[in-house]
Design a protein. Structure first.
Length: 239
């Protein structure tokens, strides 16, 4: 079964836009869990424009489902936070400082030695590691050489092509990358711009998918469908 990890960054963005604590990010994490999410994902950034570092600490204390922290391991503050909170999984993303949203995977060949060193830091503390990669068998092979447990396929390219009606073409590189990951013994996650329109097709063609992390689209759908209903519809799309 493919697990759904709900990214609650956008709920924090809404809270931060007015100050105070409405909506309550901790309650959102608990509710997502109660509504059927298999995990909670957060992506703290240095400017804390959405999830704050203290949010991460508090969420870790209260949830019982799987906890995934995404971020850039080139930021020492992020590394320290992950080692302090010890989530179930850390997903390493090569964001630049101030980047609006993640828009590319790691060059796992160029940064192989660096990633190998950082991955060992987290794995030595019992934290499962996933690294963000583009849909390229070559990048997947490079990822395997770093010692990571999993990869997360960056799916924006798939989502854009799907929206243009090119789903059959769009899925081809992702299937190739996914097969390579399976051959090499890597766990397989996916995320970025997956939604209720394109998720089922992605899962149908990549049935060995372990986990998807979805935030923006799911929170947008929640405005019309309700939070609990949106989570259940995304879980249904993964069956």
């Amino acid at each position: 079964m493919t697990k759904l990890s709900v990214n609650i960054n956008k709920i924090a963005t809404l809270r931060n836009s007015r100050g105070g604590n409405n909506p309550d990010v901790l309650k959102a994490a608990i509710d997502a869990q109660a509504f059927g999410a298999d995990g909670i994902t957060v992506h703290p950034r240095p400017d804390e424009r959405h999830i704050r570092y203290e949010d991460v600490r508090q969420i870790k204390k209260i949830i019982t489902t799987e906890f995934n922290i995404e971020g850039n391991c080139r930021e020492q503050k992020f590394v320290d936070l992950v080692l302090e909170t010890k989530p179930d999984q850390v997903t390493l993303v090569p964001d630049d400082l101030g980047q609006l949203t993640s828009d590319h995977g790691w060059d796992t060949i160029r940064y192989r030695d660096y990633l190998r060193e950082m991955i060992q830091v987290f794995k030595s503390k019992g934290i499962r590691v996933s690294i963000f990669v583009d849909a390229s068998p070559e990048m997947v092979e490079g990822a395997a050489a770093t010692g990571t447990d999993r990869i997360e396929l960056y799916t924006e390219g798939y989502a854009r092509a799907f929206e243009q009606g090119k789903q059959e073409q769009a899925i081809i590189p992702y299937m190739a990358a996914a097969r390579k990951a399976t051959e090499l013994g890597l766990g397989l996650n996916a995320g970025h711009d997956l939604d209720l329109h394109n998720l089922s097709y992605f899962k149908k063609n990549i049935p060995w998918l372990a986990e998807v992390s979805i935030g923006h689209a799911l929170i947008c759908d929640s405005l019309y469908l309700g939070f609990e209903n949106a989570i259940q519809l995304y879980k249904r799309a993964l069956k």
